[in-house]
Design a protein around this ligand. Structure first.
Ligand code: NAP
Length: 255
């Protein structure tokens, strides 16, 4: 994977920390690499794939960036609290100013056949995960009057896709929560936005029939994780200081 060039690398000035959930692979790994190139010390969260996470961190370090691994399952409230509490204890004078809620899973089925476990698993990763991690980090962002939160939602959460009632519900709910939270924390200079990708190349989409599906995309192709990473990079930058409560689609023109 080609890494973006290192820009504005001023870690020595004042370290800025960004946490990317599900940062081991795919879109999350591209976001982690881009934020490292933007000068953040990146905290790469993942659930179980430590090989992929280590490879992502190695690539970041090879490019001159900085990061660390912080595995935890975003669906487990106590695990989230424990991992972040330990991180805070190790960094008593620092705080995480950028949070990208990217961890997510698919488990498609028509609702008539959908198992409760499939429903709960998909809601757990995207919706509960967003709540547990965000709640934990909000206080410090609000106290410091500085914070950027980006939720990786989906086109599926905007238009609904057949076979994905669980995933569409989880992503739509993330968008609703994002809009409410954006209003709660706007006075404290914390922005909260969502990004809604269409079809992006990653492990999550590798079982799809790309040759057929790309015909539904006006740009006639799937997107790349780096294209999503560039949008997230903008949303967490000072250039996006007056953008909050928004869902930005990135889908090659597909609605
Ligand atoms: P992916 O390649 O399958 O990667 C998923 C990532 O999420 C991995 O890092 C995985 O960690 C992590 N993860 C999953 N469950 C987790 C949990 N319970 N706790 C912590 N980490 C967890 O997926 P992707 O395509 O990059 O998708 C990233 C996000 O974009 C997801 O929220 C997805 O819904 C969204 N999205 C993707 C597309 C697309 O076309 N690809 C389109 C719209 C939205 P491990 O490596 O440890 O498993």
């Amino acid at each position: 994977r080609a890494l973006p060039a290192l820009q504005h690398h001023r870690l020595s000035d004042m370290k800025k920390y960004a946490l990317v959930t599900g940062g081991s692979r795919g879109i999350g790994a591209a976001i982690a690499s881009q934020l490292a190139a933007d000068g953040y010390h990146v905290i790469i969260n993942y659930r179980s794939n430590s090989e992929a996470a280590k490879e992502t961190l190695r690539a970041i370090e090879d490019a001159g960036g900085e990061g660390e691994l912080l595995p935890f399952d975003v669906t487990e409230e106590h695990t989230v609290d424990e991992a972040l509490e330990q991180w805070e204890e190790r960094h008593p004078d620092e705080y995480i100013s950028v949070l990208v809620n990217n961890a997510g899973v698919r488990s498609d089925n028509l609702m008539v056949f959908m198992e409760t476990e499939q429903w709960n698993r998909v809601m757990g990763a995207s919706l509960n995960g967003f709540f547990f991690v965000t709640r934990r980090l909000l206080k410090n962002m609000m106290t410091h009057r500085n914070g950027r939160i980006v939720n990786i939602a989906s086109l599926s959460g905007l238009k609904g896709l057949p076979g994905q009632s669980n995933y569409s519900a989880a992503k739509a709910a993330m968008i609703g929560a994002m809009k409410a939270l954006a209003q709660e924390v706007a006075p404290r200079k914390v922005t909260v936005n969502a990004v809604a990708p269409g079809f992006i190349h990653s492990d999550m989409t590798k079982d799809l029939n790309e040759a057929e599906l790309r015909k539904t995309v006006p740009m006639n192709r799937f997107g790349e994780p780096q294209e999503v990473a560039d949008l997230v990079s903008f949303l967490v930058s000072p250039k996006a200081s007056y953008i909050t409560g928004q869902t930005i689609s990135i889908n090659g023109g597909l609605y």
